[in-house]
Design a binder for this molecule. Sequence first.
Ligand SMILES: Nc1nc2c(ncn2[C@@H]2O[C@H](COP(=O)(O)OP(=O)(O)O)[C@@H](O)[C@H]2O)c(=O)[nH]1
Ligand SMILES: [Mg+2]
Length: 478
Amino acid sequence: MSNPIEWLQDNDEKVLLLVYFVLILGLSVPVARMVEQGYANGNLIRSVVRLQLLLGITQVSVLGLGFFLGLLTLMTIDHKKRVQAILLWIGVVTSLIIITAQGLGPGPSDIINNVLWLLGSLIAGLIFGGGAKLLDFDGLQTMEFRRATETIYFLILVVVGLTFIEYHIQYPEIFAVSSGGVAIQSIESLSVSLNKTNLVPNAVSSGLFLAVVNRFIQYDANKEFFILGPPASGKSLFLIGAYLEALGRFQSGDDKTPLDPSEDLISMIESLDRQTEGWIVGATGRGELNALEFQYVQGSVFPTNIKLSGSDYAGEYLNRLPDAITGATDPEDMDTTLTRLSEGVKESDTLLLMIDCERFTNNEPLDIPPYFSILQAAGDKDVILIATKADNLANEFEEEKGLEAHQYFEEFQDYVNQRLRQNENINSLIAQTGNTEILPVYYQTTTNEQGNTVPMRDQNGSVLTVGFGRLLDRLGGG
Ligand SMILES: Nc1nc2c(ncn2[C@@H]2O[C@H](COP(=O)(O)OP(=O)(O)O)[C@@H](O)[C@H]2O)c(=O)[nH]1
Ligand SMILES: [Mg+2]
């Protein structure tokens, strides 16, 4: 463990999980007490239920419970929601224990007496939540039960909300329901008042509890990233490297959400497999435009759907992009590439801007000034700065520090940042975007007989990429 902050960053999902576990456990107790008390006080709801359904409140409770458990079962099967579902099981069991211990809510004997109601409603919950999917499950795809998960939140919201009202609002009995029928009480004094006992603690604990459950049911956030960089800055190889990393995780992980690579990306990966030497992608021909994109799921506790895309094109477009984004350019004057780029920028949440380390070490212009006006034109976008071809700095790093860059990647990243900051433009870009660090990525390279720098390959002919694991983590987390 290097230092506590880094440990937290590397284990943020586990820490978050622990926090949620403590919250659910800690909040279940006061919320269950409130629900039980509100349920006991609940004249209005009971009366309405009796009136409308001609059922006892116990049956309604058991039905609700069965339906809820059916939905929760589906949520437990849903790969993306399993952990949250387990936490909710803990919360539900805790609450039921508290409620039944007081003999208030539907107790064990009520449940046993109504076991058919319970089973029936459990099956209804399974069907309603989309359980039919289980029948034609092919074992490959990840199953999602969004409807089940959302209904769980809705039910919890209703129960907590209604019992909160019953607990805290005092009203005269409006209906008197007896075996003889329903009589509307003559209401002489329609006095509704607020019961202030425990008002603040109940409001805080139910509010917090609902917020946590709401966070649980939220399906993965979607994040779209779009890649921009000057010609030959390594955009295509960057996307290929990121895809290979995501593919590796897909194959070793148990989440089977398809990566959906675009056709152009697939054909690049194919040529990567075919070729045994050299860079995989040739320069893009004039007028040619390839769409490179794929998606993947990052994180297991709170998964995020990540979509990474970029365009492969020839020529210089960055200078023309700001006007295209703001609409200052007449659409008639925009070619397909410019249109595509400007749409890509607009649709994305985050721009990935390439800084070419090869140009940097060769003291060539980095061509990053257009980034400033693009950011201005695009408005509110997050930015991640990527140092491509960082192997150009790795040799330097190894000579200076005596460490191998890919083994001491953290140190290497610090080094790259420190070196690149020597460039004033890069420094301003960092300041402008509120970034704290640039992420280096590279293909390990070697020099071939002709003296060209080519990617190194292992015994299996696979290229060796560095920094992409960190990159994917960053895309999912930050
Ligand atoms: N040394 C080194 N060169 C790279 C790396 N990635 C890309 N290159 C070089 O940069 C060239 C352009 O890369 P490409 O991905 O096609 O750039 P794009 O035009 O921005 O899509 C490649 O042909 C390689 O020669 C890298 O990680 N290390
Ligand atoms: Mg390219």
